[in-house]
Design a protein around this ligand. Structure first.
Ligand code: PLP
Length: 403
């Protein structure tokens, strides 16, 4: 037997702290504000649509690019989102796959050659860097700075070079809640034009925004042809377990993406794809998205109050469903220690932001709390977190001092 069974491409791709905190939370019966998915019921009209298609026996392989009537519904939905932009072609420019996670992987494999560089803003969703390294690419990180998670245009410009092949964008952004502004996107777009770079834009929180408007970089002048826009029904319809995502891209990029997709999963859950085709027009007609935002605003405000009572003032967020709090000044040895002890000593689970950095030493001491939770879940965390307010170590900085 070989001494080394695993391929080198997965060197450094280990079990994440997400898995560790989740296991710890289950063992300690903690209130779980760590994991990024809803603990409340999915909407009835969403569940009923899938149940109907299962019952009516749409249970065999779908076409590899996606069920045609879903791609048509997604093209109509693109129109709803971008009424003043050119329509997209459901046959040539839309691909359905097993969630945004698969599409990110497909998009990277479809565009990045070994040795190519890929720019990623950091903190970053934890799938990006492993996806790039498994494709043989090299991740170049550009820092986002708290509290508003702005980037320095000079840093971004310096990250571009002759080897830059792609840039992975995530807006609204996990874990910071930043919604990239038009000015941000224009800076990125200019550099992508200048260096002939493809953008892989992860927009899975596109419908969850608060005091900001989500903008797709693909709609900026000249950007459609160099952008793969990825979205998913998991967050928008509170069904993360269904794993149905889609990508919108030019025919040339779509053809490359589909070449990978057909040999990664080939296709994904037919009744769920059929269901999404029914769900999209109903959601648009019935004001579903406004209600979704309203519900999340209420949950965000409730979790903000709960965290403030524990002297854990969260940073402002514009989108997605996470709050970040500075955990400095309380005698914890960094954010991972804080999150482990938050579970074992206080009975609440959160995620350390260092999990979103390729080098955890660069991470500020912040914990991520998820508010995609029932109000009862968020309220249950309040008495458990309250003792933290008394833990301030004398002489240490206030968490909002910026240190
Ligand atoms: C930024 C981001 N991208 C992608 C995903 C995964 O999406 P999906 O469940 O559709 O694979 C998540 C899930 O947490 C996410 O936060």
């Amino acid at each position: 037997m070989r001494e080394r069974l695993a391929a080198e491409r997965i060197d450094g791709v280990g079990t994440s702290i997400f898995t560790e905190i989740t296991a710890l939370a289950a063992r300690h019966d903690a209130v779980n504000l760590g994991q990024g998915f809803p603990d409340f019921a999915a909407p009835d009209f969403v569940k009923e649509a899938a149940a109907r298609h299962i019952r009516e026996d749409r249970n065999q392989y779908a076409a590899s690019p996606g069920v045609p009537r879903l791609r048509e519904a997604l093209a109509v939905d693109w129109r709803r989102r971008h009424p003043d932009k050119p329509a997209v072609d459901p046959d040539l420019e839309i691909t359905v796959a097993a969630g945004a996670t698969e599409l990110l992987h497909d998009a990277i494999l479809a565009t990045v050659n070994p040795g190519d560089e890929v720019i990623v803003f950091e903190p970053a969703y934890d799938a990006y860097a492993p996806g790039v390294s498994m494709a043989g690419g090299i991740t170049r990180t550009v820092a986002l700075f708290q509290p508003n998670w702005s980037f320095d245009a000079a840093h971004l410009s310096a990250a571009f070079g002759p080897r830059t092949r792609a840039l992975i964008l995530n807006t609204p952004h996990n874990p910071t809640g930043k919604v990239f502004s038009r000015a941000d996107l224009e800076i990125i777009a200019d550099l992508c034009h200048q260096y002939d770079v493809t953008v892989i834009s992860d927009e899975v929180y596109s419908e969850i925004t608060f005091e900001a408007t989500h903008l797709s970089i693909a709609t900026l002048p000249g950007m459609f042809d160099r952008t793969i826009t990825i979205d998913s029904m998991g967050k928008t319809f509170s069904v993360t377990g269904w794993k149905i995502g889609w990508a919108v891209a030019s025919a040339a990029l779509t053809s490359a993406l589909r070449a990978v997709h057909q040999f990664v999963t080939f296709t994904s859950g037919t009744p769920f794809q059929e269901a999404l085709a029914d769900i999209l027009p109903i959601a648009a007609r019935d004001g579903y998205y406004d209600k979704l935002r309203e519900d999340y605003r209420r949950r965000r405000d409730l979790l903000t109050r709960v965290l403030k009572q524990a002297d854990l003032d969260p940073l402002p967020v514009e989108g997605a469903y996470f709050l970040l709090t500075d955990i400095g000044g309380r005698g914890f040895d960094g954010d991972a220690d804080f999150c482990r002890r938050l579970v074992t000593e206080f009975g609440v689970a959160a995620i350390p932001t260092s999990a979103f950095y390729t080098d955890p030493r660069r991470a500020p001491a912040l914990a991520r709390f998820c508010f995609a939770k029932k109000e009862a879940t968020i309220e249950a965390a309040a008495p458990r977190l309250a003792p933290l307010a008394r833990r301030r170590v004398p002489g240490t900085a206030h968490p909002r001092s910026g240190i």
